[in-house]
Design a protein around this ligand. Structure first.
Ligand SMILES: [Zn+2]
Length: 274
């Protein structure tokens, strides 16, 4: 398996273990590698150190929340030039996150700005910065991940990604609470070139999200599907075990097993690795 979405300590939120603990789980499970995601910092240095120490393929990147300066081309240029492979659009500081009442860093300190981030068509003033971010992603043949942005923003990003020649677009868990897209919306975005992510976190923790709904999303994605754990929470199983549970659950819900196995291994590996 190659898990293209996991969290580890040190982080702002509690995690099940630190980088070394998480990597050891993947080694034990015979995984080939993983993508280390942080909502609040570039994970490039940590991923590099883990690649050296574990022998796995470990990938890092940056998420464009307030701590990175939002949709900030300088943060993206620094990350990708240093070897980062993925740029996640705003997640914890996306406008969708605020509307859904989900946790944000600024909740922890009232002195922090409560501003949110968006791209067109929600925030047309963000167009120039977002376009430069996309141009940088194209230059580095990196992965554009849509974060928690809304359906219309995902459609805009896919359209502009095509313009810049970006070959790797990941629709970040589109059926999760944020952005909360329907299987039909997801099918359209998938046909526009986005690879669809389903996470074990959704199976384990998302309210009103039975396996049958995730199976419908998997069918909407067709071959453009990746399965990831998005684990690392203290109340989730070790990440590779969480990912295995997701595969088994979708299998029992009637999704083709070969497609599921590819979605947890070769498809994400080809998406992220050069
Ligand atoms: Zn995550």
């Amino acid at each position: 398996m190659f898990d293209c979405h996991v969290h580890a300590a040190p982080d702002v939120l509690d995690r099940i273990g630190d980088d070394s603990d998480i990597a050891a789980h993947y080694v034990d499970f015979g995984c080939t590698g993983f993508v280390l995601k942080g909502h609040y910092e570039s994970t490039v240095g940590r991923a590099h150190a883990l690649s050296r120490s574990s022998g796995l393929r470990v990938v890092g990147g940056i998420t464009l929340n307030q701590a990175a300066g939002g949709v900030n081309p300088a943060a993206v240029a620094a990350t990708l030039t240093a070897g980062g492979r993925v740029v996640w659009m705003p997640t914890a500081d996306a406008h969708t996150q605020q509307r859904a009442g989900l946790p944000r860093l600024c909740d922890q300190d009232p002195r922090l700005d409560r501003g949110v981030f968006a791209v067109p068509p929600v925030d047309p003033t963000a167009a120039a910065a977002a376009e430069l971010v996309l141009a940088l992603i194209a230059d580095h043949d990196a992965v554009l991940a849509t974060g928690h942005l809304s359906g219309p923003e995902c459609a805009w990003l896919l359209d502009r990604a095509r313009h810049y020649g970006i070959r790797r677009v990941l629709l970040t868990h589109p059926s999760y609470t944020v952005p909360g897209l329907s299987p039909n919306d997801i099918r359209e975005l998938s046909q526009a070139g986005g690879v669809v992510e389903i996470t074990a976190y959704q199976l384990l923790h998302q309210p009103n999200c039975p396996p049958a709904l995730l199976a419908e999303v998997a069918r909407a994605a067709g071959g453009g599907l990746v399965l990831s754990s998005d684990a690392g929470q203290p109340n989730s199983p070790p990440p590779p075990e969480a990912l295995g549970r997701l595969v088994d659950s979708l299998d029992r819900a009637g999704v083709d097993r070969g497609l599921l196995d590819a979605a947890a291994s070769t498809v994400p590996a080809e998406l992220f690795l050069i």
